[in-house]
Design a protein around this ligand. Sequence first.
Ligand SMILES: [Zn+2]
Length: 372
Amino acid sequence: MKKNVIIILIDGARLDRVEKSKIFNILRSQSNYFRQTITPAPYTTAALHALFSGCYGYRTGTNSYWLSLNFQNNRFKSLVTYLKDDGFHTCGDGHSKLILANHGFDEFHVHDETNTDLVNHHSKLLENMAMQNKQGKNFLLYLTYSSIHTGIMNQVLKKYNNFSKEYFQNREKNEKVYDSLFQNAESYFEKIFALIQNLRLHENSIILVTSDHGISVGEKIGERAYGAFCYDYTIKTFAYYMSSDFEPKEIQEQVQHIDFMPTILDQLNIELDENFNSLDGVSLIPLINGKPFDEKIAYTETGNPLKSNSPPKKPNTKSVRMSKWKLIFNEYNNTKELYDLENDPDENNNLAGTGLKIEDLLFIELKKHDQN
Ligand SMILES: [Zn+2]
């Protein structure tokens, strides 16, 4: 029998916090841990469409907040459909149907993000899947931990705008708000992970735990949470890929969310369907197995709302990233930012226009994605 697939999204979990977390570090010691996982879009809906389709949003039609229902499932085959066609039962859960509406789940639960006990709710779904599995049915279970997002919505998004002095002058307070939400996420995960082990699902499942994007604690004026900029505190996240087929290891190379769908298909020996468009992501199995792997340039795009109250219809802020360099293109005012990530990880020293050759090379790479 094939392995099942369990994907857990800790919506809005920051990389720096998981790396310091006792609970997540237990998972780290048991997984292939990707500590440089770049999101193609630093907001939930677009990041999830990319994670499940293995493709950038500008190709699948989902690269804006306004296009959540626009996933082109006649041209792109989602991980959900691949697994369903292979006989899996596919079950998803999230705080909104919009996050993965057109991906073809057999069952999709929408939880009330304010009032649901997610440990209880997700435990029932896990137990249900384990039961089906005992009866000989493989499953895909996708779970959203939405409470960091909900807390930020109530305590930051509704209280401040992207330029509120009161927010940006109180970084310590912002960190405290975030940390208390993160602690709740740890406690959720600890219980869910214990249940996965009690049900022995870690033995017969691929388990992917990731975050769609980080969240600002006040790093840069103009972004009080996420989705406005392409800086590392939101676009650089993490992924734990756990499977009894592989020895645990830490992977330093940059990878992208779009790589996990082809990785899962590769591990399950499911061939790509030629009736659909090709993928942007690549399988990470060679990297996991220590084979030579060329790090790809990661592309990210988002819609900066600027002074407006809602995001634009089309992305206006784009970046290309390597482990060492990042180029950001602010299309709305035609400016560029170039950062030496090795020496300036907080992206404070803009080197654009200083004559570095890498700027032109990266701009050519960025323009390759201009199919909007
Ligand atoms: Zn999110």
